[in-house]
Design a protein around this ligand. Sequence first.
Ligand code: ADP
Ligand code: MG
Length: 434
Amino acid sequence: MKKEIIVALKEKISRQNWESWFLDFDIREIKDKHVIFEVGNIFIKDRLEKKFNKIISKVVKDILGKDSTFEITYKEVKNVKSEAGPLIKKRPLLITPLNPKYTFENLVVGEFNKFAYNVFIEASKKPGFYNPIFLYSGVGLGKTHLAQALGNYLLESNPDMKVAYLTSEEFMNEMFSAIKNGNIEDFREKYRKKADILIIDDIQFLIGIKSAQTELFHTFNTIHEAGKQIIICSDRTPQELKDFHSRMISRFQMGLLVKIEKPNKEDLFKIGKKICQMKHIEIEDKIIDYISNVYDNPRLIHGAILKLIAYKNLYGKLNLSIAESILTNVSKPPKSFEQRLLEILADIFDCSPEDIISSKRTKNISYARKVGMYYAVKKLNLSTRDVGTIFKKSHSSVVQNVKQVEKLINDGNIIVKNYLKQIDKTSKTFAHGE
Ligand code: ADP
Ligand code: MG
């Protein structure tokens, strides 16, 4: 019976289509009147369902009777752990450092992202097979995490492979500075020739920037023609990239379009648990349950957990009612919290909390400000925007101050290190005194 179905199908499908899509097509099982076909990967399954559904259904019904049905499955790639590492690791061409926490293992997989996950797992095994891959979803649903997971995986398992991951904004900035410095040829060589896989995140940034679009278009074509993997991440579909060159949109469309949907409550809960695990922090299930009821987006869940961690670090305790009050006003950290940090700093640097948020530039006050900002960003994991709100300073001033302290630390400045230690200690004493 199996053979009969395959033969009948082959008769109905052109040779060219057969060779493109049916070479590893097989029947895994026939249960009563239900046929389970199996193909090599999810990409082929997707194409077959879209293009050949009617023909397959007709053949199955002709042979097994009118009420017969079918489904197509694919061989899932299960093992995402890399095999034993090679002896010599060559230096990979890594354009933007990848976040080492963004791995496949740290990604919660559910109905909402299963298709995307499987496509990326497949791509990690056979880079260039589905090309390009266009990954899109609303913000915060895990595109960057997934794209970097692929990058991290490839770097670990194929040390020879040169992975280029960067946002379209970074691509553009580098291009402009190459033009300015007269070395656009080096820039082109780097992305068109040296990279084996190019991952461009947040493509929507290039809307309205024709010159960068054109450069990316040529890069895209060169890489694609060489059979190397290209991945584009976007917060909208190709058609919605209004004002992009139509030739570019059609390039994106010729590949595999992959969407991440919205996760449901259980998925969000699991994501909350996973984030805590990644940060090595324990937060009670009922608090995570509360968070996953309030927020419907992994990025917001991530932000909420960072706030709770910051609170726990400063005060040494956390429970559901505290969590509720901290998170009720998400856009702004709670008053008591900012006040606490400023008080600790004031205590150490011998000034008042008001001094720190003022525009005074006395040495100890400036010092308190920058060390405090650094502590809030690096140790308490607050976003630079929130820190700006706490210190009543602009976002760019926070970034600058944090950089300055980073440099001092890198230069081995003991005084700064001591101050940071002192903040750590004082916040703990405060917490115990409660
Ligand atoms: P996007 O790029 O789509 O805006 P991100 O990849 O930046 O989203 O995800 C936002 C945050 O949520 C990140 O910290 C990420 O690790 C986390 N996250 C998103 N999806 C998942 C998931 N499925 N499992 C675990 N963490 C996730
Ligand atoms: Mg992103």
